[in-house]
Write a protein that binds this ligand. Structure first.
Ligand SMILES: C[S@@+](CC[C@H](N)C(=O)[O-])C[C@H]1O[C@@H](n2cnc3c(N)ncnc32)[C@H](O)[C@@H]1O
Length: 328
């Protein structure tokens, strides 16, 4: 999934750095508490860790509930069945597609109606699917429908004309199952959860600029919840005050980070951040150094597509990605 701050292409750097500091991770309790797409937690699950994952967004909970907790055996029959459904006029079509008169074009009419049909059927079948397969199909829907979004990259705005990728016929593709121990996934503000979890390795990947995930991925949140929210304005935002992140504001980011580091009951704490984030390198170093032995690792990284497209004030197309390390 094309996600702001996704660590998919940095997995080599992250796993190698963490194992070089903490040694063999197999059998460790590993926490990925700003989990997003689940890229990092699922890599560590596959490496033999018991993983705890968390995110404040419900679509992320759904993705991680599948990647980290699922141990169901594959049955592709259900995907075939869902892919054969006729489209229906549900919430997605009525609110995010042009044909319904919504004035919004996040999806083509046909794909919006197919998304509704699959979403409604997954809910109807929940008791017979069981929780593991329910979250597997729902996570696959979120991951798949994002590929047909008629946006430049995030859901802050839609394109007027349906672009080529969005015009293709929607296909629900099963997300892979991750082998490994069954972990545990939460959907909370980390400032609350951090008081109740403990383990060996804590991985932190907070937002690094002022772009709130709740506003940029509101359509995926609604597909995941399917809770008929009241939508506001031209872009159709749902209410998201409770999901606003402290890490998206310079006023609160440093104190929120310190609160987590202080409360963390983990031997190793790793923090991903880049050189264009709200918090300067020196501030992070100062906070982390107070709580133990500190070191920082770095690598070059290509800028996220949306940042390259929308924020033309950036001169470089590369950023420096840091992995701050604290041994408590
Ligand atoms: C940089 S992204 C993480 C990307 C992830 N590592 C990946 O590879 O996909 C930051 C994530 O933190 C979540 N988040 C922001 N503030 C949070 C908070 N206070 N508690 C829990 N999650 C939060 C956002 O919803 C977002 O998914």
């Amino acid at each position: 999934m094309n996600y702001i701050g996704s660590k998919h292409s940095l997995l080599g750097f992250i796993t190698e750095t963490i194992t070089s500091v903490a040694g063999q991770v197999g059998g460790c309790d590993f926490a990925d508490i700003f989990a997003g797409t689940g890229a990092v937690g699922s890599a560590f699950r596959a490496m033999g860790c018991r993983v705890v994952a968390n995110d404040i967004q419900y679509y992320s909970y759904v993705l991680n509930r599948h990647l980290i907790e699922n141990s169901a055996s594959p049955d592709s029959g259900v995907f075939e069945y869902l892919n054969g459904l006729e489209g229906v006029d549900g919430f997605v079509y009525k609110n995010y597609c042009l044909g319904s008169g919504s004035g919004r074009s996040y999806f083509s009419d046909a794909n919006g109606r197919r998304c509704d049909a699959v979403r409604q059927e997954i809910e109807r079948m929940r008791p017979q699917l069981g929780e593991d397969v329910y979250f597997w199909t729902l996570a696959s829907l979120i991951n798949s429908i994002d590929k047909y979004a008629n946006t430049a990259s995030v859901y802050g705005a839609f394109l007027k004309k349906i672009k080529k990728a969005a015009a293709k016929d929607f296909c629900l593709e099963p997300l892979p199952l991750v082998e490994g121990e069954r972990g545990k996934v939460y959907n909370e503000n980390i400032l609350e959860l951090i008081k109740r979890v403990k383990g060996d390795i804590l991985y932190l990947d907070p937002p690094y600029n002022d772009r709130q995930y709740c506003a940029n991925y509101h359509v995926l949140e609604t597909v995941a919840r399917y809770d008929n929210p009241v939508l506001k304005g031209k872009t159709g935002l749902r209410e998201y005050t409770a999901q606003k992140s402290e890490f998206c504001s310079l006023k609160t980011a440093a104190s929120a980070l310190e609160e987590i580091i202080r409360a963390a009951d983990y031997k190793y704490v790793f923090l991903s951040y880049n050189n264009e984030g709200l918090l300067p390198l020196g501030v992070i170093e100062e906070i982390m150094k107070k709580y133990g032995r500190y070191e920082v690792f770095t690598t070059d990284y290509r800028r996220f597509k949306a940042d390259a497209d929308e924020n033309r004030s950036h001169k470089a197309d590369k950023t420096l990605e840091y992995l701050h390390c604290l041994i408590k």
